[in-house]
Design a binder for this molecule. Structure first.
Ligand code: NI
Length: 255
């Protein structure tokens, strides 16, 4: 039993075979998927998928890439979407200083606004953080995020920073990059972080793990991430699958 805690199965790369891919999940051991929005449109699409398939849950939010023209009216619309039955978190929200697709002051403003929305709705947050550790942590420290919890997705920081993230009441999710050769920092973080704080994900269609790196990723490959975590921690695949699934259900509050 595996839980892909972060997927984008609504992406156009699945337009030709989405139904087939999704229906093959359960026979591949994937029992739960969180499909993550990155703007209003993809948030709506995530809800449509969640309504159609019992094992898919939706996360709604606006990614830092897409905040440039965001308005307060959009936040109100997001709030309405978030009230839908199978919405389990607000995300993905955060900062991305690697691509800098939106001005940094706007990224920070809308990251904060969406944390406030999550606190208001009492929903956990799914955080995207790339090359923006210091500002991201500074913003998170300003809010009582412990009350809602959440996930630092595709974690790429140090083992040191992981400790502070955990102290804030958040979990860390690891994706394909942890399987890449020479990713010493990712391996160190997995080794240091207690299994009770680890989630696994694909971030599909991106970030396919080894040995299928470079191909279109899908949720079935979350198995390869679980295998890597098991190898690093020296425990069984079954234990990683079981505990990371429990962790994701706890954070997303799935019964
Ligand atoms: Ni993502």
């Amino acid at each position: 039993m595996l839980f892909d805690s972060h997927a984008h199965l609504d992406d156009s790369k699945f337009d030709a075979d989405r139904e087939k891919v999704i229906l093959s999940m359960q026979e591949s051991g994937v029992s739960y998927i969180a499909n993550i929005g990155y703007d209003l449109e993809s948030s709506r699409r995530s809800i449509v998928l969640a309504k159609r398939y019992p094992f898919i849950y939706a996360v709604v939010g606006v990614h830092p890439h897409d905040v440039e023209n965001l308005t307060e009216a959009d936040i109100l619309e997001l709030k309405e979407l978030a009230k839908s039955d199978k919405v389990v978190a607000i995300g993905e929200i955060g900062l991305d200083y690697y691509y800098d697709n939106s001005p940094r002051d706007l990224q920070k403003k809308w990251f904060e606004r969406q944390i406030e929305l999550a606190l208001e709705l009492k929903l956990p947050i799914v955080i995207h953080n790339r090359d923006s550790n210091s500002d991201c942590m500074e913003i998170l420290r300003k809010y009582p995020v412990k009350k809602i919890g959440g996930i630092m997705h595709c974690y790429s920081g140090s083992a040191q920073m992981a400790k502070e993230v955990i102290d804030m009441g958040l979990c860390l999710s690891f994706a394909g990059p942890v399987t890449f050769k020479n990713n010493r920092r990712g391996v160190e973080a997995v080794a240091e972080v207690p299994l009770s704080k680890i989630l696994i994900e694909t971030d599909c269609p991106y970030l396919a793990p080894e040995p299928v790196r470079g191909t279109r990723n899908d949720s079935r490959n979350v198995k390869l991430v679980a295998e890597k975590v098991a190898e690093i921690k020296g425990i069984s695949f079954e234990e990683v699958a079981k505990v990371t699934t429990e962790n994701a259900k706890r954070v997303y509050r799935i019964k």
